[in-house]
Design a protein around this ligand. Structure first.
Ligand SMILES: NCCCC[C@H](NC(=O)[C@@H](N)CC(=O)O)C(=O)O
Length: 470
């Protein structure tokens, strides 16, 4: 008798890569929305009165609910309800948050009684910023939950296949989103004459992201029906348990990776918010649009290299060394921005440092996320990812605010800044030296931890330097 072996949906390369494109699209649009305001900071200041301080508070709002424990709940939701429901929930939360933020910054909203009320307390924060923060909080919960959901979805669809490459590609696609928005946000704002237009554009894209993820859920349902998995049959051992948190939180290796993650990313994502403005301030006579054009090469450099490094890691290993090199490169780049760029005002130095920072941004994520399964038990991997995101979010929540405060306070007596403000100029030429030294400081700490991780790996034999494919 001939046995018919049914091919599962993810056995087809076309199907599993289609699934990756669908889920990565949601993250692509999500990452676009995260940075939609970054290249139009100067316009936000002139059109809505958002000072760097306000901008710092706004940037922090994305993470505040996650830091207060939402990410831990998100882990439970993900493990209890699965990738389909959690993905839909995440995409919906991103969309709802985006709509609130869009409404908050419209001209119409500024004329409402609600805006008057919002302007009547915590007066340094304009009503538009308060509403935008509220929306960004909801968006941030959805976006971070989506980040873990997508990792779990890729693990499910690519298990035993090109998993590291798929994860690298997902991150690469998300970075292209950042590149795209740095390119088009100032153009849209300029063409439409308002900061509202790019936010409206990205909100519509989030709706498309919800649709693409919905299409993926149908594919995933089909895959489950082929493998005979139903909610009732799922293995209770694989489920998130609160007792697992204790096991993870008492693991030294977990803390090393989590600390490395928070320190490294604190010098990357918050910098991304200020990067275009920093370039505009350090290169003479360039517009916000020109500065964004330079800065957008940062995520694109990372996007191009990350999949290759993922592939290299799968075949050759050297994960711990890659983490060290990435941290070292980060320090050098921030120091060049702090001390060399203001002196030389050279576009060549700006471009090359941005590309080098992009390489650093490829080295660390490509090595960091696939290292986690090597240091924690597979059974508690989902919880570990959630907890690492949680620790990382604490940094991502407070560092932008810290940098905003430092930028404001170190420029209080800056004559160029005072003159530009008095003249009501669109562009304020801030001195970014101290914030950049702070970013480099995070890099130094990350490097020390990466060196320590390599030593611990040698002692304990986690295999961080070994290839993933045996
Ligand atoms: N599914 C991708 C793994 C994480 C990628 C990583 N993103 C994060 O760490 C986010 N928590 C940060 C954020 O959303 O701000 C990345 O390198 O992009």
């Amino acid at each position: 008798m001939t046995e018919i072996i049914q091919k599962k949906l993810n056995d087809s390369p076309a199907m599993r890569w289609t699934a990756l494109v669908l889920i990565a699209s949601m993250m692509f649009f999500g990452y676009m929305f995260v940075d939609v305001m970054s290249p139009i900071q100067a316009l936000m200041e002139s059109q809505r009165g958002w000072t760097p301080d306000v901008f710092g508070t706004y940037a922090a709002s994305e993470y505040i609910v996650n830091v207060c424990g939402f990410l831990i709940i998100a882990g439970v939701i993900l493990d209890k309800t699965g990738i389909r429901f959690t993905g839909e929930l995440s995409a919906s939360m991103m969309l709802i948050g985006a709509v609130i933020k869009f409404i908050g910054i419209t001209e119409w909203f500024q004329t409402t009684a609600m805006a008057d009320w919002l302007n009547s307390w915590w007066v340094s924060m304009p009503a538009s910023a308060k509403m935008a923060c509220f929306g960004f909080m909801i968006f941030g919960c959805g976006c971070e939950m989506a980040g873990t959901t997508v990792s779990k979805a890729i693990a499910k669809w690519f298990k035993g296949k090109e998993m590291a490459l798929a994860m690298g590609l997902e991150m690469a696609i998300a970075r292209v989103g950042v590149f795209a928005i740095f390119s088009i946000s100032p153009i849209i704002a300029d063409k439409m004459g308002s900061v509202v237009a790019p936010v409206a554009f990205c909100t519509v894209l989030l709706l498309i992201g919800l649709i693409t993820y919905t299409v993926f859920t149908f594919m995933d349902k089909k895959l489950d029906s082929q493998t005979g998995v139903t909610a009732e049959e799922s293995d209770p051992e694989e489920e998130f348990k609160f007792s697992d948190l204790g096991k993870i939180l008492t693991s030294e290796a977990f803390w090393i990776v989590a600390l490395l993650c928070v320190l490294y990313y604190s010098a990357i994502f918050p910098f991304q918010r200020y990067g275009a403005n920093m370039l505009q301030c350090n290169l003479d006579g360039i517009s916000a649009e020109e500065a964004s054009n330079i800065f957008r090469w940062f995520p694109i450099g990372a996007a191009v290299i990350t999949p290759f490094l993922g592939n290299f890691l799968d075949r050759k290993g050297k994960g711990a060394t890659m983490l060290m090199c990435g941290a070292l490169l980060l320090i050098c780049c921030h120091l060049v921005f702090a001390f060399v760029l203001p002196e030389t005002k050279s576009a060549v130095i700006a471009y090359s440092t941005i590309v080098l920072l992009g390489i650093s941004f490829a080295l660390v994520p490509a090595a960091l996320w696939p290292s986690v399964p090597k240091i924690v038990d597979e059974k508690i991997l989902g919880s570990a990812y959630c907890l690492i995101f949680w620790v990382q979010n604490i940094g991502l929540c407070f560092v932008p605010k810290l940098i905003g405060n430092i930028l404001t306070s170190t420029n209080e007596d800056n004559p160029a800044v005072i003159a530009a403000k008095e003249a009501g100029a669109d562009f304020i030429p801030y001195d970014y030296t101290v914030p950049l030294i702070v970013f480099a400081g995070f890099g130094v700490l990350a490097l020390i931890i990466a060196i320590y991780l390599k030593a611990v790996d040698k002692k304990r034999g986690y295999g961080l330097e070994l290839p993933n494919i045996k």
